[in-house]
Design a protein. Structure first.
Length: 343
């Protein structure tokens, strides 16, 4: 246990898992408390009925609170512009920024949507439109479709009855992120400081979407196979050095799914992590890191900021979409970023 806690002391904040497998990992990492089972849900979905879960073919489940017809692009574009303003302030401090957006499960794993269910053209094209706008304003966004295209034919992009992408998808995104950082020269530090990757292992338990169903439907849907890597304890040398790259995001980048470990391994550098569940939101999560002691003491050379496509339209002021303590006026949010970055 001591070795496991030591191996992840560089992770800036941890939130609780939604199943026993993830709970075991976080306990091993020294998490003091466990959040409610469904704390990862967007606030507008947590109180929803089971109709918020779409049952597809072959026992696949999809989050019904993410619209399959309304793209909400005007608000998505506003969010991208606000993200750009924040990353410009970080870039002025010499911190390279990279935005990573987890794609909509219903688009990336559309093969098992219910018969007759399709995405509107606008939603189908939204991810590409977001990346195109980012490119037009100079905001680097990982090409998620290209990342998922690298998966082997027997590897799913998303978990069958869970909201989250698979560990293979997390590693595919980490590979794209590492390549972009290497391309722009984020390689200072001694080689060999990256995390070692464990062997692949399978855990069987209910996905978080299945947990939302009535007992009879949950039993019918059945448990998922979570293919994850075993934890490899870090050495004392790695334990003592501050991270050169920081990842900020939600449960898609939690250690259980392996994104920060893969990024660290490929960069051969230490990677820090600040993550919270979906009801906190990406805006407050970034503030949690920037206003914390780690950023003040050891600003990173690079930062990955992770979002979900299905929540891209929700700005800091989106009342009812985030936990009440996370909601604030958009300009107030930017003012706090400006203050802590000196921008």
């Amino acid at each position: 246990m001591t070795d496991l806690i030591r191996s992840c002391r560089r992770i800036s904040s941890l939130a609780a898992p939604v199943n026993r497998g993830r709970r075991r990992v976080l306990l091993a990492l020294g998490a003091a408390t466990l959040a409610p089972t469904l704390a990862w849900l967007p606030r507008n979905a947590r109180a929803a009925s089971t109709t918020s879960v779409i049952e597809g073919r072959n026992r696949w489940l999809y989050p019904g609170w993410e619209s399959l017809t309304v793209d909400a692009m005007p608000n998505c574009l506003k969010a991208l512009d606000l993200i750009h303003l924040a990353t410009q302030k970080l870039e002025a401090r010499g911190i390279r920024c990279l935005v990573m957006i987890a794609p909509l499960k219903a688009r990336s794993a559309a093969a098992n949507l219910p018969d007759g269910t399709t995405l509107s053209d606008a939603v189908q094209e939204r991810y590409a439109a977001i990346r195109a706008h980012g490119q037009s304003i100079g905001l680097p966004i990982i090409d998620g479709d290209a990342a998922l295209a690298t998966l082997a034919t027997d590897q799913h992009a998303f978990l069958r009855a869970d909201y989250h992408w698979t560990a293979h998808s997390a590693e595919a995104f980490a590979t794209r992120a590492a390549a972009q950082f290497i391309k722009v020269g984020v390689t200072k530090g001694a080689p060999g400081e990256g995390e070692k990757l464990g062997v692949w292992n399978t855990e069987v338990h209910y996905g978080d979407l299945a947990e939302l169903l009535p007992p009879d439907r949950k039993k019918a849907i059945g448990k998922d196979h979570f293919v994850i890597r075993t934890v490899v304890p870090a050495t004392a040398l790695l334990d003592s050095a501050p991270p050169l790259v920081q990842v900020v995001g939600n449960s898609m980048v939690q250690p259980y799914l392996g994104f920060p470990q893969k990024l660290s391994n490929l960069l051969e550098r230490q990677v820090g992590l600040t993550w919270t569940f979906g009801d906190t939101g990406p805006w407050k999560t970034l503030l949690n890191y920037l206003e914390g002691p780690d950023f003040a003491a050891h600003p990173p050379q690079a930062l990955v900021w992770q979002f979900n496509e299905g929540q891209m339209m929700n700005l800091p002021s989106a009342s009812g979409m985030w936990d009440a303590s996370s909601v604030m006026a958009d300009d107030a949010w930017l003012a706090r970023v400006t203050k802590v970055t000196g921008g």
